[in-house]
Design a protein. Structure first.
Length: 162
């Protein structure tokens, strides 16, 4: 027994002439609101409201934004403005903890990345040092170090960047 597989299931049916049901509802609702504004309010006040409602109704009925219906774009924008947002960025420079005099000076030195570490970490570190030098917040050790030394482990034997 053979069955037909439905095709074009994403295409809405045209019910009211060339309009789909959703388009008809948006246009009919917009036309109704325009009529109410025209009958109740004076023309000077109702004219801008009628134009705004007509533009919104036509946009909802026919406009697509990024290949999606305009109503979904409005819904996404509304939920973006309504829901709380949490942005976290902690870029505070932490001061090194002063250790006892007996502690080795190597532990308190500035961290210098090694070849075994992540290359992305090394590149980010070198860019951060250059930024701090340009901003004038770098310490003496960072200023005395050449800028190319920070990126040197990222170069191959032929001098090309990895």
């Amino acid at each position: 027994m053979q069955f037909q597989v439905p095709q074009f299931i994403e295409v809405e049916d045209r019910i009211f002439g060339p309009l789909t049901f959703r388009q008809f509802i948006f246009i009919a609702g917009g036309a109704g609101m325009c009529y109410v504004f025209w009958r109740i309010l004076p023309l000077l006040i109702s004219a801008p409201l009628i134009l705004a409602v007509a533009a919104l109704a036509l946009s909802l009925a026919f406009m697509e934004y990024n290949g999606r219906p305009f109503i979904l774009a409005i819904e996404s924008a509304f939920s973006f403005f309504i829901h709380p947002k949490l942005y976290l960025w902690n870029n505070a420079r932490k001061k090194p903890i002063i250790k006892e005099e007996g502690a080795s000076t190597r532990d308190s030195a500035v961290y210098i990345p090694h070849l075994s570490d992540s290359k992305l970490h090394e590149l980010a570190w070198s860019l951060d040092i250059k930024e701090r030098i340009a901003g004038g917040t770098a310490n003496e050790e960072e200023r005395s170090r050449p800028a190319d030394d920070a990126v040197a482990p990222l170069r191959t034997a032929k001098g090309a960047m990895i």
